[in-house]
Design a protein around this ligand. Structure first.
Ligand code: FAD
Length: 317
């Protein structure tokens, strides 16, 4: 079922959902299940599964190094299908422009359709680890908007190189990313909102936001989005702080601000167990306020470990 249908059926009740990352290549999928199991009691209608950019690896050839490309966390669509099968919940594979040609994307979309996956998240992806700026992949999309358009075209039987008359068109519900504190490359929040509107006009059905730690940033973003004609559901993304290093890492990587009260609370922690507790308490307060304001879904970034998400959900749902 589509995410938008789940939201409609909830009739204003806030839903619980979360995002997971595939295991590192060679690790068991059971580790993933072990972290999903404790969260199932909160009845997530959908679970997102991320896709990682490809990475360079250097293979030692007796003193000379061969530069190769690899994917450390493959298996997004397979994991989505296995979760749907095992738990009976919808899944949302993340699709990236970076690292994929349009043909490869079409192939993945056909797989998703056959596997009964009704939702996809359309993203550009970040720059590769060793690169400062995002470089579009040859034969791929430059921006998420193009990817949204490609996915939407399939609902009319428009494949990349032919239009096919069929009664079995895929009809994906498409999510896109939004940034309450603007995307790091955008010259201004207003121009980023214009880009977001373009994604929605191209066919996106809902928006999931980047993490934020000050709810006012989210409320202002939703207001500005509505003023810019973006009417689709906007789902807040919540990440509980888990280690002290997040104080430097999150602003650096995502260009987001952390409230002083949160920084002070983390600063006095003497170990990461205490930091994790502060992160949980902060996320509970954020979630309760967002829920009281009637957000359609609270979407949590789990980063593989679910104990903190469970502690939050127990207090909020
Ligand atoms: C909810 C969520 C889930 C995510 N999941 C993943 C994941 O699974 N894997 C992963 O690698 N990354 C993921 N990301 C990160 C995302 O890939 C990065 O933030 C990426 O840098 C931007 O992706 P986007 O889809 O927002 O890009 P876009 O919407 O394409 O925007 C990228 C930048 O380009 C600008 N822009 C857009 N169109 C144009 C144009 N026509 N001309 C000039 N500028 C333009 C925008 O303002 C923005 O600054 C996720 C982010 C979010 C919020």
């Amino acid at each position: 079922m589509k995410i938008t249908e789940h939201i409609d059926r909830a009739k204003g009740e806030t839903l619980f959902s979360f995002e997971i990352i595939p295991p590192v290549k060679g690790r068991s999928i059971q580790e993933l299940y072990d972290n999903i199991d404790p969260l199932m009691e909160f009845k997530p209608p959908f679970i997102d599964v991320t896709t990682s950019r490809e990475e360079y690896v250097y293979i030692d050839k007796g003193g000379l190094y061969d530069k190769k490309i690899t994917r450390m966390r493959p298996g997004t669509v397979g994991i989505c299908s296995s979760i749907q099968h095992k738990y009976g919940v919808d899944t949302v594979p993340h699709l990236l422009c970076g690292g994929f040609t349009k043909e490869e994307t079409e192939y993945v979309l056909v797989d998703c359709h056959y596997l009964g996956i009704d939702n996809v998240m359309a993203l550009r992806g970040d720059a590769m680890k060793e690169e400062k700026y995002f470089r579009p992949t040859e034969g791929g999309h430059n921006y998420a908007r193009g990817l949204v358009q490609q996915i939407r075209n399939l609902s009319e039987g428009k494949y990349l190189h032919e239009t096919i008359e069929t009664d079995d068109c895929s009809d994906f519900c498409i999510g896109v990313a939004g940034y309450p504190e603007k995307h790091l490359e955008a010259p201004s929040l207003q121009s980023d909102l214009k880009r977001l509107k373009e994604k929605v006009d191209a066919g996106a059905d809902y928006v999931v936001t980047q993490m934020f730690f000050d709810n006012d940033k989210f409320f202002e973003f939703v207001k500005a989005a509505r003023e810019n004609g973006i009417t689709v559901p906007i789902i807040p993304g919540i990440k509980p702080i888990a280690v002290k290093r997040h104080l430097q890492l999150l602003p650096q990587v995502f260009r987001i601000d952390l409230p002083q009260d949160l920084i002070d609370a983390v600063d006095v922690c003497s170990n990461n167990k205490e930091v994790r507790q502060v992160g949980v308490e902060w996320a509970i307060q954020q979630s309760k306020e967002l829920k009281a304001q009637g957000v359609p879904v609270l979407h949590y970034y789990s980063m593989g470990k679910s104990d903190n998400i469970k502690a939050i959900a127990e207090n909020v749902f």
